[in-house]
Design a protein around this ligand. Structure first.
Ligand code: MOS
Length: 697
């Protein structure tokens, strides 16, 4: 650990509570008389539920209520099909909730759910992501509001006339969200007030959507998410657990808890679509790009459209006059895909950064040099300036730390016993998003400070970052400041998503604290007599007043691969990430975020794969026995360094966000290292024994 990551680290303020078990997560709020809800999932991928026979199950001691579409309370349509639970007889995908059992213990609810007789009529399902399917189409817009298609110049004819033409297809599988804490809600309804203790990345969307669905005034719904055990995007919006818990609590007027199991998570909380990506690069013999064409085919669910923005990073990474980036989507009878850490950039940069490595080999140029030769001066598509862009700095610093200059570019020539050894590099990027936020800062009568904002700490260290920023703006010691987050009663702020938490909430916190200091100065001696002084500040107008710029964080990922040429086993003993992500507020938690992202990127490279069973119409592996994620034994050394960057065009703090960039490019760095080790180019993730040994499967 060197550079900016060694400065003023602060332990997580809630660390002691978490390790001693006193920190309450959503399923850890206790009430007498508590009920438990358990879902029954559809065993067919498409069709209709014709009957649910509840008579036997209702006789079981402890069973309080069984709901299915035939008797469940009606919900208002809030435009989010994932929340329209038990509202129709239609089955949209295998693993959809078709009934809910409410009982006095989770064991009884689970047993009853297993005994319920569900009768259905099946229709043919289609779960095959076939790019040749005539129903494949280019949507106008994709996730986060990006254009489905974007073109500049004449990519086709320039590609056709380019001295070097590269054209390959890459594939990534479905990847499933597996935060440590599964989705959970404890709901309490009393005197017309609904309180939801919910494992969420942001309480305000939950409050608004659940109130809307139940027809309650928004201010009668309170969402508390004090501690959250990870989300990766899957908790960015309310999921079925919260609407069911809310519905039960309101209807039965009793507290209720609903906790999804690991298996339930695979169909109910969103996952990353599989992708099929074709990349065409037209280049000069010296590696300079003349054209970039990136086409991605993804799936969505017939039940609700979510199109991952796979090709957006290719719109700004490298210079080329002629470019086309296009999404194509096929709606299938599959669970609804959604956000998973760096939606878009993560799978897209696997393809683009693999392709850049292949092009480097083809033209005989070092892959770092190739990227430097294609560094744009301004955003190559929008023609506007970057707020700051230190990709080259990251690549150069990484090359230094990873001994890149010593590297022999030839693939497949370094052997140690059965092991073939190689190294790889890939660029990384993530947008520098910011969302409007409001915070309040109070000087209390006893002279301490209280800062409040409805941000959420999903394990990132956001609460601690807020504390650092507040203490700094107030110019007082951390010990005099208390931070309150994770409650919809607090000032409004956006979700912990888009790597924009600290940037957005920190900005509002900074502003409120500075204004409080000014107010106290104005009041002078009177401040002491006034007792409590509170200032509330919003960043909405500041955000709108920002200049039009292309705002992104950048990074360089390095990996060393050892491949056993007898068994095909791939090991990654060493990874390095160098990032330029604006100001790093708390080096300790920042390092954790970045190595966490890189670990997840390694997991994507070597392990993670949702395997679709076309007969059942569902992912066959839906637990952690069948769906593999990286564990401690898979990880060797991971080093992270952050460049000293401050980007005041993002916000007055100069932060860019670090939640997602760590996973971007990692898989390409690993695949590129595997190629350098073995001479085998793997274009389909995960990198399996069969793919390395080129065994047909
Ligand atoms: Mo992240 S996928 O923006 O929660």
């Amino acid at each position: 650990m060197t550079g900016v990551l060694t400065r003023t680290p602060l332990h997580r303020v809630e660390g002691r509570e978490k390790v001693t078990g006193s920190a309450s997560y959503a399923a850890e709020y206790h009430f007498g008389d508590l009920l438990h809800a358990w879902p029954v999932l559809s065993a067919i991928a498409a069709g209709r539920i014709t009957d649910v026979d509840t008579t036997e199950v209702e006789k079981m001691p402890g069973v309080v209520q069984v709901w299915w579409h035939g008797n469940a309370p009606r919900l208002a349509d809030v435009g989010m099909p994932m929340l329209a639970v038990l509202q129709s007889d239609e089955v949209h995908f295998r693993g959809e909730i078709v009934a809910v059992v409410v009982a006095t213990s989770p064991e009884i609810a689970r047993e009853a759910a297993g005994l319920l007789t569900v009768t259905s009529v099946e229709r043919d399902h289609d779960v095959d992501l076939d790019p040749g399917n005539p129903a494949v189409r280019t949507p106008d817009t994709v996730n986060a509001g990006f254009a489905g298609l974007s073109e500049k110049g004449d990519p086709d004819s320039v590609f056709a006339s380019s001295p070097v033409r590269f054209d390959e297809t890459y594939r990534t599988p479905a990847e499933h969200n597996n935060p440590m804490e599964p989705h959970a809600t404890t709901a309490v309804y009393s005197a017309g007030e609904l309180t939801l203790y919910d494992s969420s990345q942001g309480g305000h969307p939950v409050q608004q959507l659940i109130a809307g669905a139940l027809g309650l005034p928004t201010e009668r719904v309170r969402v508390v998410s004090t501690h959250v055990g990870g989300g990766f995007g899957s908790k960015g919006l309310p999921r079925p657990n919260v609407i069911i818990a809310a519905m039960v609590a309101v209807q039965l007027e009793r507290p209720v808890r609903m906790v999804l199991t690991r298996q339930h998570q695979f169909s109910l909380v969103g996952y990353r679509t599989p992708t099929i990506q074709r990349i065409k690069l037209g280049a000069e013999p010296d590696g300079r790009l003349r054209s970039i064409d990136h086409d991605a085919v993804v799936q969505t669910s017939r039940h609700a459209e979510f199109v991952e923005q796979v090709v957006t990073a290719s719109r700004m990474m490298y210079a080329a006059e002629n470019r086309r980036t296009r999404h194509r989507v096929l709606a299938l009878d599959v669970p609804i895909p959604s956000w998973l850490r760096a939606p878009g950039e993560c799978p897209g940069m696997f393809a683009l950064e693999s392709a850049m490595d292949e092009l480097a080999s083809e033209v005989g140029i070092d892959p770092i040099e190739l990227r430097i030769r294609n560094e744009p001066e301004t955003d190559p598509e929008l023609g506007i300036a970057f707020s700051s862009r230190n990709l080259v700095g990251c690549l150069r610093r990484g090359a230094e730390l990873f001994d890149w200059t010593e590297r022999d570019p030839r693939p497949g020539v370094r052997r140690r016993g059965r092991w073939s050894i190689g190294t790889g590099v890939a660029s990384s990027t993530y947008p520098g998003y910011a969302m409007p936020a409001t915070a309040s800062a109070t000087r209390t009568a006893d002279g301490s400070f209280l800062v409040s904002i409805n941000g959420t700490d999903i394990g990132t260290g956001a609460r601690t970052a807020m504390l650092i920023l507040a203490a700094e703006a107030l110019d007082v010691d951390h010990s005099r400041v208390e931070i309150r987050i994770g409650d919809s009663d607090l000032p409004r702020a956006g979700v912990a998503g888009g790597s924009a938490g600290t940037t957005s909430w920190g900005w509002a916190v900074h502003k409120a604290c500075r204004e409080l200091v000014e107010r106290l100065t104005e009041l002078g001696d009177a401040a002491d007599r006034t007792g409590e002084v509170t200032v509330t500040a919003s960043t909405s107008a500041d955000l709108k007043a920002r200049e039009e710029l292309s705002r992104h964080a950048f990074g360089a990922q390095f990996a060393e691969a050892w491949v056993d040429m007898v068994t095909g086993e791939v090991r990654i003993p060493r990874m390095l990430g160098v990032f330029a992500a604006g100001r790093i507020v708390n080096p300790r938690t920042a390092r954790s975020q970045l190595i966490g992202g890189m670990t997840m990127g390694l997991s994507m490279a070597l392990h993670e794969e949702g395997v679709m069973d076309p007969a059942f119409g569902d992912y066959a592996n839906h637990d952690l026995a069948g769906y593999h994620i990286a564990s401690c034994a898979d990880i060797g050394s991971i080093e992270v360094e952050c460049l000293d960057e401050q980007d005041s065009a993002i916000n007055p703090l100069g932060t860019k966000g670090i939640g997602e960039i760590g996973i971007v490019g990692t898989a390409a760095a690993v695949a590129n290292a595997v190629y350098h080790a073995t001479g085998v180019r793997v274009r389909e993730l995960p990198i399996t024994i069969e793919s390395v040994l080129r065994v047909p499967v």
